[in-house]
Design a binder for this molecule. Structure first.
Ligand SMILES: C[S@@+](CC[C@H](N)C(=O)[O-])C[C@H]1O[C@@H](n2cnc3c(N)ncnc32)[C@H](O)[C@@H]1O
Length: 232
């Protein structure tokens, strides 16, 4: 069962990504020119997407992949080009619609099916791999661990995802971010260290036999995020 904090945060994120930030997010994830701060975000996000994809098999023909919190769909499309059958889900129907529009008709052996809703919906079925790029960074450690446990129940291979690492720079930027007028702020991110997340994960029997296998921090200006892989 999802916790009250998870449900409250998901609601805030839906409002933010489905209304407040749609135009900014649309532009950030396109080729349109952006200012220097957003350019570092874009570069960081490109590097992160490449890192997460490099941790998935190169040949994904026949594999089922869940893109949990797919946003405008860039990662899902690249994975499908490698042959994966991707289920790409996001809580924001507007971003899902945009992702659908951006998906080329010909993806070779792969495919993308889009859905709007919660990544934890058990009706989504089984997957070989799950990827969640920057979609868990707003949830607290206990809720991230619960999310991993519930995704692990329906994953055969690995879950690759990101956390917002606890770094002094990020903490300062986070504090500065809080000075912006309330209406323009994104929902707060919840920095957590890998070791703190591992401690939370230990209280979930579903994660027994799973291990934190790889970690890679990506820092580009204002973008600081840490990729993690958990696998059986
Ligand atoms: C920072 S964006 C990243 C989007 C995409 N993964 C990318 O890297 O371009 C986070 C996304 O996660 C989605 N999200 C957050 N919580 C979710 C949940 N519980 N289920 C599905 N999507 C969720 C948000 O709507 C948002 O589009």
């Amino acid at each position: 069962m999802a916790s009250a904090t998870y449900i409250a945060r998901r609601q805030q994120l839906e409002t933010y990504f489905d209304r407040t930030a749609v135009e900014a997010w649309k532009r950030l994830t396109s080729d349109a020119p952006v200012g220097s701060v957003r350019a570092t975000l874009r570069a960081g996000r490109d590097a992160m997407r490449a890192t997460l994809l490099s941790w998935l098999p190169q040949d994904m023909r026949g594999a089922r992949l869940l893109d949990a919190g797919c946003g405008t769909g860039a990662l899902a499309i690249e994975a499908a080009r490698r042959g994966a059958n991707v289920l790409a889900i996001d809580i924001s129907p507007t971003l899902v619609e945009l992702a659908r529009e951006r998906t080329p008709a010909d993806l070779g052996d792969g495919s993308v099916t889009f859905a709007s809703g919660d990544m934890l919906d058990p009706a989504l079925g089984w997957f070989d791999h799950i990827v969640a790029m920057d979609s868990l960074i707003h949830y607290d450690g206990a809720d991230i661990a619960h999310t991993l446990a519930s995704l692990a129940r329906r994953t055969r291979g690995s879950i690759v995802f990101t956390i917002a690492p606890r770094t002094p720079a990020l903490t300062v930027m986070h504090a500065v971010g809080q000075l912006f007028p309330r209406g323009n702020r994104s929902p707060a991110i919840a920095p957590i260290s890998q070791s703190a997340l591992e401690r939370h994960a230990r209280s979930h029997p579903e994660l027994e036999g799973w291990r934190f296998a790889r970690a890679q921090r990506i820092s580009r200006g204002f973008y600081i995020s840490q990729a993690l892989e958990v696998r059986r």
